[in-house]
Design a protein around this ligand. Structure first.
Ligand SMILES: Nc1ncnc2c1ncn2[C@@H]1O[C@H](COP(=O)(O)OP(=O)(O)OP(=O)(O)O)[C@@H](O)[C@H]1O
Ligand SMILES: [Mg+2]
Length: 283
């Protein structure tokens, strides 16, 4: 059982993908994908390069059409981008011509919040992610880690019901990544929303998630779903040595390896998976 951090966690389904099929031209990218995210839970999707993770995230964000199946966000059928969802991308997605402050404020301004509310929420989230003193700098003036902190602040500031994150920490160094994991979990414990987190790192998925979905490629399908049997709050440096952590890591790794030997995904896909996952992901 996980701790809710004092926040009421809904048990309803935040996202339901049923039989989602997506083609680009003649090529099937997603093939009858079923995936659910429990309200207030953190789900990671892992799989080889090209298996359709980003495509699936874009579908749930309402940014891409589907060719078959259905996507419900809190029981509502998707009709384009929804204010219920916020997205954090790998390349930070910040506006380079806006200060970090104005990047964080952006979504609130678009939502039509009053000037006072924009100021209050922006200040709060600038503090929460530790950007105080840097808020008037522009993205090119700060590190990747600080840019991604601004990305997190911008996403949480609009109080999304569903937060979609596409390899948000892939471009930062291992140490910064670890501190961003802690930041993300801390903010999420207090501003609980449902999260879909795309990653190539098995370790990252286990550290952060309640549930992990493993995909295979060509076409993209759900191979397996795991529940992470580790209590919260979690401290990364402590849980990585726990037997439950190492056995789940081994299980997911073998699943992906087994698919490799079976011819799908290809060896190059797994090489990409391995290089992105980092040394620590090998059992
Ligand atoms: N707009 C597009 N037009 C045509 N093909 C596309 C388009 N977007 C994605 N694809 C193809 O769909 C497949 C899945 O792409 P996607 O980006 O979803 O994979 P991914 O799992 O996110 O990969 P990675 O781990 O490398 O980010 C790939 O073969 C890709 O080339
Ligand atoms: Mg991708």
């Amino acid at each position: 059982m996980r701790s809710s951090g004092g926040v009421a966690v809904s048990s309803e389904l935040a996202v339901q993908c049923s039989g989602v099929t997506k083609r680009f031209g003649a090529q099937a990218i997603l093939d009858a994908v079923d995936l659910t995210i429990r309200g207030g839970s953190f789900l990671s999707v892992i799989g080889p390069s090209g298996c359709g993770k980003t495509t699936l995230l874009r579908v749930i964000a309402g940014l891409a059409d589907i060719d078959g199946g259905e996507v419900l966000v809190h029981d509502e059928r998707l009709r384009g981008p929804s204010r219920r969802c916020a997205v954090v991308f790998q390349n930070y997605g910040l506006f380079p011509w806006k200060s970090l402050y104005n990047n964080v404020a952006f979504g609130l301004v678009v939502q039509g919040e009053s000037k006072a509310a924009v100021r209050e929420k922006t200040e709060y989230f600038i503090d929460l992610v530790g950007l105080r003193g840097h808020e008037h700098k522009f993205p090119y003036e700060v590190s990747g880690g600080m840019q991604q902190r601004a990305g997190l602040a911008r996403a949480f500031a609009v109080s999304p019901e569903v937060l979609l994150m596409d390899e948000p920490f892939a471009a930062v160094d291992a140490q910064t990544r670890e501190s961003l994991h802690a930041e993300l979990l801390r903010i999420w414990e207090h501003h609980r929303c449902s999260v879909l987190f795309v990653t190539h790192s098995i370790e990252e998925a286990i550290v952060l998630s309640d549930d992990i979905v493993v995909m295979s490629a060509n076409p993209g399908r759900v191979l397996a779903r795991f529940t992470v049997p580790l209590p919260r709050p979690r401290r990364e440096e402590e849980i990585v040595n726990e037997p439950a952590f190492t056995s789940l890591r081994r299980e997911i790794w073998s699943l992906l390896h087994h698919r490799d030997r079976g011819g799908s995904p290809g060896a190059s896909d797994l090489a990409a998976l391995a290089s992105n996952a980092g040394e620590g992901d090998r059992p």
